[in-house]
Design a protein around this ligand. Structure first.
Ligand SMILES: [Zn+2]
Length: 603
């Protein structure tokens, strides 16, 4: 079924894939009271008329978001707002002429996933490039894969760029990335490997030359051109990688549109009903408004405005830039802008080691080095920036991986509160791979949201080989401290960081609980004491993230009066073994009561 317009729809074919059925009228008498039509109940004198449901979800295990309240059924009005939640019998009172019934068949019915940190445009566009699949490989294996990509695009010789995505910068098993390994390939084409972490890039000599990077090119603000005795090695960190990648031609409009259509349908099929673009600009606001207007994006969209490291030192200039982007927002377009994004540091894994740490990195044999990572914005500059943006009513979302960057965020938010008084700006720190214990209670004290990507909290190439030998053991043991932050009263919200990782919110929900997930390399957990329970994890990915996105009072729970942003799952999450949560299939996704994913669209 692909037509989800508000017009009455014909009954589903009896052997159709869709299990939705349309009941016209009712088997019992139809009562008309004051213009409202209700079937299956009779009104006693004085009972106010009930609205008629456009859609009813029945036979579900409804997780409303309120642990004390369980239910079987949900009624949704014509305006997309939830009319009632209760037993099948209670909700039957809302059935009327034309009410469409969705049978949840015992599966969990819950609020849609709010993905409060992702990079949706690059996530969708990524599908248009050849991918290395984030796999760990040797240099020889990598070269073989690249030869395959080159051979499959012979018309791109002699100088068309080969841009490859999902290179695992922590997964090169027998060497450190160097342009020499790419230069030996039998081509003159510029080659650029985009790290799946979005913090590392790897270019061959032709790509460096095409981007104008030479031995004398200074490091850009917020980035590093890695060098050896012969000049740039081809390994590029943060802003430096974007400078080189930016020299490659963009996708064509047609390639982009196809990629967006596929990418946002994927998000819908996984149950995502709201998301935040965590690093956008004015142009992304316009793109999303266009995509929503054309029915390619159905989700509620927030676009965080990136303030680069250079602009961060000029609070008034930064404010002018983001206010300009906000001015592009069209009322009721479904796109909102009220968040400023600041990258305070990079990533902790070897070889990047750009996360700002309070303790120095280790040399791999347990001895401290003199390297503490890179903090791209100083505490002093961030404090001034935070104070200015907070006073102007902006939410600030800081990328902070290292414990020094987390502390800088908290210090800046504390100063903003001291200067401006308490405001409801819901400042957020994202990632929080490391946080020193004395900072845990500051999240609750300052009402700072901890936005975390807990699918990373598993033993993997990232957390084992390229991290464990280089991080002080006491910090490593408390990595991704979701449990401790929760116990300290912090409000948690979830985000995928797609396409830094594959988009699978259900594996996120699960890994937050068992710290193992579907990809554990050891089969066991990472720092099991930092686990949170399933209800907390579900809340983090629904109501918690909705709060961060200023959608509380609108979505994030299943409650009369809220918008029907609802997913129906193929099993009961709360009674299934935790490991099975990763494999959850979303049968239906509804936004504002409108079905945007149903069984006929399942891949
Ligand atoms: Zn991100």
């Amino acid at each position: 079924m692909t037509d989800h317009s508000d017009e009455p729809q014909p009954p589903a074919p009896s052997k159709g894939i869709s299990r939705r059925t349309l009941l016209v009228g009712g088997s019992v008498g139809v009562v008309v009271v004051g213009g409202a039509v209700a079937a299956g109940i009779s009104f006693s004198r004085g009972t106010p008329p009930l609205a008629v449901a456009k859609t009813m979800i029945v036979n579900g295990a409804v997780w409303t978001g309120d642990l004390t309240r369980t239910a079987e059924a949900v009624a949704i009005g014509r305006d997309g707002v939830i009319l009632g939640v209760g037993s099948n019998e209670d909700i039957g009172r809302f059935k009327g002429a034309g009410t469409e019934i969705i049978d949840a068949e015992g599966g969990t019915v819950m609020p849609g996933i709010h993905d409060a940190h992702q990079h949706p445009l690059s996530g969708a566009e990524g599908a248009a490039y050849p991918s290395l699949g984030d796999e760990s490989v040797t240099v020889a294996e990598l070269q073989e894969r690249l030869r395959g990509f080159l051979a499959s695009t012979p018309d791109m010789e002699p100088d068309g760029w080969l841009v490859v995505v999902d290179w695992n910068p922590a997964g090169l098993t027998d060497a450190i990335a160097h342009r020499d390994f790419l230069d030996v390939l039998e081509t003159n084409r510029p080659i650029f490997l985009a790290g799946s972490d979005f913090h590392n890039g790897w270019a061959n000599s032709a790509a460096l030359a095409a981007a104008g990077v030479t031995s004398t090119t200074p490091d850009p603000e917020g980035g590093v051109i890695v060098r050896d005795a012969n000049g740039p090695t081809g390994l590029l960190k943060d802003a430096a990688l974007w400078a080189v990648r930016g020299a490659a031609p963009e996708l064509t409009d047609k390639q982009k549109q196809d990629a967006y259509r596929a990418g946002f349908q994927l998000a819908a099929s996984l149950g995502i009903t709201s998301f935040m673009d965590a690093a956008g600009g004015r142009e992304s606001v316009e793109t999303f408004q266009d995509l929503r207007g054309r029915g390619i994006v159905h989700q509620r969209v927030s676009v965080a405005q990136t303030i680069d490291a250079d602009t961060a030192t000029d609070p008034e200039g930064a404010l002018a830039q983001i206010e300009d982007a906000r001015a592009a927002v069209i009322k009721d377009s479904g796109v909102s802008v009220r968040t400023a994004k600041v990258f305070l540091d990079g990533v902790a894994e070897f070889p990047a080691q750009t996360a700002a740490m309070l303790d120095p990195y280790l040399d791999g044999d347990g001895s401290p080095t003199d390297h503490y990572g890179e903090q791209y914005v100083s505490t002093d500059d961030f404090t001034k920036l935070a104070t200015t943006l907070d006073a102007a009513g902006w939410q600030i979302h800081t990328h902070s991986i290292g414990d020094a960057a987390v502390r800088t965020s908290l210090d800046g938010f504390q100063a903003a509160r001291k200067n401006n008084g308490k405001r409801d700006n819901r400042h957020t720190i994202t990632h929080i791979q490391f946080c020193t214990e004395s900072d845990y209670p500051r999240f609750a004290e300052l009402e700072v949201i901890a936005n975390m990507q807990l699918q990373w909290a598993t033993p993997s190439a990232f957390t084992l080989d390229s991290l464990q030998p280089y991080i002080a053991p006491h910090s490593y043991a408390r990595q991704y401290p979701a449990g401790a932050l929760h116990r300290a009263g912090a409000r948690l919200s979830g985000g995928s960081d797609w396409p830094v990782d594959r988009l699978n919110p259900w594996n996120q929900v699960r890994t937050a609980v068992d710290r193992t997930g579907s990809t554990s390399e050891t089969g066991g957990p990472l720092n099991a004491s930092e686990s949170i329970d399933l209800a907390t994890s579900l809340t983090m990915h629904t109501e918690g993230a909705a709060y961060q996105l200023f959608q509380d009072g609108l979505t994030g729970r299943i409650e009369p009066g809220l918008a029907a942003d609802i997913v129906i799952l193929n099993h009961n999450l709360l009674t299934s073994p935790i490991a099975s949560v990763s494999d959850t299939t979303v049968n239906y996704t509804l936004i504002n009561g409108k079905v945007i994913h149903d069984p006929s669209r399942r891949q």
